[in-house]
Design a protein around this ligand. Structure first.
Ligand SMILES: Nc1ncnc2c1ncn2[C@@H]1O[C@H](COP(=O)(O)OP(=O)(O)OP(=O)(O)O)[C@@H](O)[C@H]1O
Ligand SMILES: [Mg+2]
Length: 504
């Protein structure tokens, strides 16, 4: 171990009940460097950084700062040591404003009275660092996921930390926002801040990292330079090669439309019509704010639309009725699993079982035993990593929670899957498993409508691409003829036209 490390986790261990999730891991953080933490879903990355953040305490091992052992029993102690953490799952209070959230726990006071003006100034300064043009008086709950993520980042930046931990900060961000964040990270490097960075986007590692610590199953595997080739990183991470990143098997599409949407309008969405045939995967591409999530939610029955119709297998669905949509064979994997997809305190089995609770009930009673058994099977098929099926879903790693949302529709035998950023936060190996589930749905006569910001995923897994721009479908491309450039050209098409009109 070198002596010049800013922070060292020295042979730390952590168990939850009988399950050891961190096993004698040693990791160093150096001033002015970004150390990447890499590992599959459930490898222990978040658990490890929570020991530095004061959320979990280590069962054994030491934490050293500037070479001296420190105790970090709670988050306050962590902050007092100059450690700021951006957690994977957001920690903002939705009902409070941006300014209140950013200054939470250190509200400026003047003569004992909350100094709101100072509070807003601190928040404004933090947002400016990221070039964020948001009103600091906005309640955080009114923001989209990406903006909330950026506020969380701004909050950490405003703490002037010596150590900054970023747990999947880029998962919900656009390329432009990621570039902005990386600029800030580079500035912090020159100021000597030591950083830990976690991401499932392998291409970000060389762009921002200095070295990579690989974890597998809670064990330390290796430290390698950040410019290590991606396939080598994958091998270290999953312990095997992954040959096909996008294993799409095209199915011959059926004749009848399985999903059809006619002239649907709601909010900024204007007269959307589309149809998907059995066996097809149709991707919805577009920029953030193009209306993909609104469209998916309206079709799924999660939101009310003002006009138009949605049909499954020719049968019209009532508006804004999730239960009816579920009965008709529709399944929805939402953008934000934490607030929309899961009941966090319920067990894995219950979360997987929600969509089939009514249809499998016997004499009006929930078939708990059957639910559990079916959930066990699905969890095994999806290789959901957990201690057991009765543990609260909250305690699963982020990527494994996402698999569980998938598992719900899989066990319900959904015919039409509506996916909104289905592999966000999912590791490379588990992504392939999710793609194989998509293949299975389409080869058995189902269909998929998938909103995705990951263009390689759009190109690798769909048959057709509908590109949305400003609430409309700007164009359609056959995937085998599409490129990232042709998709992007359509995605910005309306935007440019309006810009030009604005200039005249
Ligand atoms: N509070 C808890 N109680 C029980 N088990 C837990 C708890 N927190 C984490 N675990 C388990 O510890 C293991 C590691 O989880 P962790 O969240 O650290 O993974 P991760 O590497 O961050 O994964 P991801 O990439 O999906 O975010 C998982 O198997 C998880 O289920
Ligand atoms: Mg994690």
């Amino acid at each position: 171990m070198s002596n010049d490390a800013l922070l060292v986790l020295d042979r730390v261990c952590k168990s939850f009940g009988p399950v050891q999730v961190i096993d004698e891991v040693t990791v160093e953080v150096h001033a002015g460097k970004v150390s990447v933490l890499l590992g599959e879903n459930g490898a222990g990355k978040s658990t490890l950084i929570k020991m530095i953040a004061g959320v979990h305490s280590a069962d054994s091992g030491r934490i050293l700062m500037d070479g001296k052992e420190v105790q970090i029993p709670d988050t306050k102690a962590s902050e007092a040591l100059g450690i700021a953490t951006i957690h994977q799952e957001l920690n903002l209070v939705p009902s409070m404003t941006i300014a209140e959230n950013i200054t939470l726990g250190r509200v400026p006071r003047r003569f004992g009275i909350i100094n709101r003006r100072e509070m807003r100034r601190i928040a404004r300064e933090a947002l400016d660092q990221l070039g964020l043009n948001l009103d600091v008086n906005t309640p955080v709950g009114d923001l989209g996921l990406a903006q909330q993520q950026l506020v969380e980042i701004a909050k950490a930046l405003s703490l002037d930390a010596r150590v900054l931990i970023l747990d999947e900060p880029t998962a919900a961000l656009t390329n432009a926002e990621i570039a902005g964040l990386f600029e800030v990270v580079n500035q912090l490097k020159t100021k000597g801040v030591g950083m830990v960075f976690i991401s499932h986007h392998l291409d970000e590692i060389a762009a921002i990292g200095d070295f990579v610590n690989v974890l597998r199953d809670g064990k330390f595997i290796a430290t390698v330079p950040a410019d290590t080739p991606e396939n080598e990183l994958v091998r270290l991470m999953v312990g095997r090669d992954i040959d096909a990143q996008f294993p799409r098997q095209t199915a011959t599409p059926g004749e009848q439309h399985l999903l059809s949407v006619e002239n649907l309008s709601v909010g900024a969405l204007q007269n959307i019509s589309l149809s998907v045939r059995p066996g097809e995967v149709v991707a919805l591409a577009g920029l953030m704010g193009a209306g993909r999530t609104e469209l998916i939610r309206a079709i799924a029955g999660a939101d009310k639309y003002t006009s138009g119709t949605v049909k499954v297998a020719g049968k019209k669905l009532p508006r804004n009725d999730v239960a009816a949509a579920t009965r008709a064979g529709l399944g929805h994997v939402p953008e934000d699993r934490k607030t929309q997809g899961l009941v966090l305190d319920a067990s894995v089995a219950e979360n997987i079982g929600y969509a089939t609770m009514a249809s499998t009930a016997k004499a009006g009673l929930v078939d708990r035993k059957g639910q559990r058994e079916r959930a066990e099977k699905v969890a095994a098929r999806l290789r959901i990593r957990m201690g057991n099926i009765d543990q609260p879903i909250r305690s699963l790693s982020g990527g494994n929670q996402q698999k569980a949302v998938f598992g719900r529709w899989f066990s319900a035998g959904a015919k039409v899957l509506l996916l909104d950023e289905p592999t966000r936060g999912v590791d490379v190996g588990a992504k392939v498993e999710i793609y194989e589930l998509i293949n299975e749905i389409t080869s058995s006569g189902g269909c998929v409508l998938m909103a995705s910001s990951e263009l390689p995923e759009v190109l690798g897994m769909s048959d057709r691409v509908l590109v949305m721009s400003q609430g409309r479908i700007a164009g359609e491309l056959a995937t085998n003829e599409a490129t990232q450039d042709s998709i992007m050209a359509l995605a910005v098409s309306n935007v440019h036209r309006e810009d030009e009109m604005g200039k005249k």
